[in-house]
Design a protein around this ligand. Structure first.
Ligand code: HEC
Ligand code: HEC
Length: 217
C-alpha cells in the first residue's frame, strides 16, 4: 500500500516534469562547463565534464535520470537536502538551467573503474543485503527500488552502482540524521535508520564496486 502510494506520487511528480519542454542539451553543456548566467562555478570542476566526478566526494551524474537530477537541484535550493556546497549553487540556477543541465548529464557517458581495495567478505555482506534485505530487521531489499545491482529505476530511483563509498555512506548518514529529507514518504530515512555501521560500510563497498549504467569502456 505504502509502496503503491510512493510509486504513484513519484510517477505524478515525474509526469509533471516530463510534460515540460525537452531539455536543451547545448545550453545544459554551457552550464556544466561554464556555470550558467548566475556566476556559479562550472559543474565540471567537481562533477567532471563527463559526469564521472573528479573526486570520491563528488557524486557521479553521468546517465542518472534527468528527473532525479532536476529534483535534487530543486531540493538543494529549498534546503530539503542540505549542502553547504550545492545549496548556493542551486539557488543561483534558473529552473530552465536546471532542466538543461540535468538533461545534459543524463545523456553523458563516463569511465568507471572499480575501487582496488575490495574486501570479499564485505562485498558479500553488502550484496546480500542489497538483493534480499533482512525481513527480521525491517530492511527491504535495495533492489526493490534501486534495481538489480543498483542500476536504478528511472526516473525517480537513482542508480547507486559505481558511486563512491564515501558518497554513499555520507548520504545514508544524511538520511539518518535528517539533513537530507527530500525522500518521498520518508522512505530512505526509515531504511537508513535500520542500518548499523557495519551494514552501511558493506552496502557502500558493494555499490561502489558494481558497474554503473552509462559507462564507457
Ligand atoms: C565545488 C564542487 C561542486 C560544484 C562546482 C558543483 N557540485 Fe554538485 N555536488 C557537489 C557535492 C559535494 C555534492 C554532494 C552534496 C551532498 O553531500 O549531498 C553534489 C551533489 C550534486 C547532485 C546530487 C547528485 C545525486 O546523486 O543525488 C547534483 C544533481 C549536482 N550536484 C549537480 C550539480 C550541477 C548541475 C552543478 C553546476 C551548476 C554542480 N553540481 C556543481 C559538489 C559540486
Ligand atoms: C521503497 C523504495 C526504496 C528502497 C527499498 C530503497 N531506496 Fe534508496 N532511495 C529511494 C528514493 C526514492 C531515493 C531518492 C530520494 C530523492 O528523491 O532524493 C533514494 C535514494 C537513495 C540514496 C541517495 C542516492 C544519491 O545519488 O544521492 C542512497 C545512497 C540510497 N537510496 C541507498 C539505499 C540503500 C542502501 C537501500 C537498501 C538498504 C535503499 N536505498 C533502498 C527509494 C528506496
Amino acid at each position: 500500500m505504502r509502496r503503491a502510494a510512493l510509486l504513484l506520487g513519484l510517477a505524478l511528480g515525474a509526469a509533471s516534469v516530463a510534460n515540460a519542454r525537452a531539455p536543451d542539451l547545448a545550453q545544459g553543456r554551457a552550464v556544466a562547463l561554464g556555470g550558467g548566467a548566475g556566476d556559479q562555478q562550472a559543474c565540471a570542476a567537481c562533477h567532471g565534464a563527463d559526469g564521472a566526478g573528479v573526486m570520491p566526494i563528488y557524486p557521479r551524474l553521468a546517465g542518472q535520470a534527468a528527473f532525479y537530477l532536476y529534483k535534487q537541484l530543486l531540493d538543494f535550493r529549498s534546503g530539503e537536502r542540505e549542502s553547504a556546497v550545492m545549496g548556493p549553487i542551486a539557488r543561483r540556477l534558473t529552473p530552465r538551467e536546471m532542466e538543461d543541465v540535468a538533461g545534459f548529464y543524463a545523456a553523458a557517458r563516463a569511465h568507471y573503474s572499480p575501487p582496488a581495495d575490495a574486501d570479499g567478505a564485505q562485498l558479500q555482506q553488502g550484496g546480500t543485503l542489497a538483493a534480499s534485505g533482512s525481513e527480521e530487521r525491517g530492511i527491504p531489499p535495495c533492489a526493490n527500488c534501486h534495481g538489480q545491482a543498483g542500476r536504478g529505476m528511472p526516473p525517480s530511483f537513482p542508480y547507486l552502482a559505481g558511486q563512491s563509498k564515501d558518497y554513499l555512506a555520507g548520504q545514508l548518514a544524511a538520511f539518518r540524521n535528517g539533513s537530507r529529507r527530500n525522500d518521498p514518504l520518508d522512505v530512505m530515512r526509515r531504511i537508513a535508520g535500520q542500518l548499523d555501521t557495519s551494514d552501511v560500510s558493506a552496502l557502500a563497498a558493494y555499490f561502489a564496486h558494481v558497474y554503473p549504467p552509462a559507462r564507457i569502456q
